[in-house]
Design a protein around this ligand. Structure first.
Ligand code: SF4
Ligand code: SF4
Length: 222
């Protein structure tokens, strides 16, 4: 799931300071699940914005809406008329939602209200941890299901680095050393041989390092 966090209120207020009528567009997808961008979050943010603007003596009109997914045309198209009636859209979707709005409905400027963080795993209620960085060439098959890119501070492929202590990462003692986890899981699977293979440098062109990536599913075109 994509995990995002709300921007500080002062930053949001500054980004909409020139507008008197905005649409506050939430998203019913991932950001609803992680509490940062659903209709409840939109209601709270709208109240905070109105209160702050009232204090400044600069009232603001806010239209709230929550399409099922902000990253798909079919869900935002139906809001076209409302969007044409506002000066700006404040989006509390992930970065893809913001860009879908900007490109597909450019009538009003779309401003991000969230910081999109990572693809995460729900560890417990209201707590997500990063699990995938979308590197484009998954290695979980030989690491026992633990990601050394999203979870190792040094992104090592031939870990551990030697700095871990009591199973914790030397960079942050509150974080588990993923190479310890990899070792323990491979031992459990009777696949410790995986760790005797020296892995070459990762080809980072499959990640964002070579610029924008594209995927086209030919089957879907049939
Ligand atoms: S190896 Fe790459 S694709 Fe696989 S979980 Fe890690 S970042 Fe994601
Ligand atoms: S202690 Fe473990 S997780 Fe931390 S940088 Fe070293 S190998 Fe990576």
């Amino acid at each position: 799931m994509i995990v995002a966090d709300r921007k500080p209120l002062d930053e949001i207020l500054d980004s909409i300071k020139d507008y008197k009528k905005i649409m506050l567009m939430a998203c019913g997808g991932c950001v609803t699940v992680c509490f940062s961008g659903g209709s409840k979050a939109a209601g709270l943010l709208a109240s905070q914005i109105k209160m702050a603007r009232k204090k400044q003596g600069k009232a603001i009109e806010i239209i709230e809406c929550t399409p099922e997914r902000q990253c798909e045309y079919e869900f935002i198209d139906e809001l076209k008329n409302d969007i044409e009636s506002v000066e700006a859209v404040l989006s509390i979707a992930c970065g893809v939602g913001v860009q879908t709005m900007s490109e597909h409905l450019p009538q009003a400027i779309t401003i991000p209200g969230l910081n999109t963080k990572f693809m995460g795993y729900p560890v417990e209620h209201a707590l997500w941890e990063e699990r995938c960085a979308g590197c484009g060439d998954c290695v979980l098959g030989w690491t026992g299901g633990y990601c050394p890119i999203a979870r190792c501070a040094k992104k090592l492929f031939n870990g551990p680095c030697g700095g871990s202590s009591d199973g914790k990462c030397e960079v942050d003692k509150d974080i588990e050393c993923v190479w310890q986890l990899i070792h323990d899981r491979l031992k459990q699977l009777n696949k410790l041989d995986n760790l005797t293979v020296v892995r070459g440098p990762k080809d980072w062109r499959t990640s964002t390092n070579a610029g924008q990536r594209k995927i086209k599913f030919e089957e879907a075109m049939l």
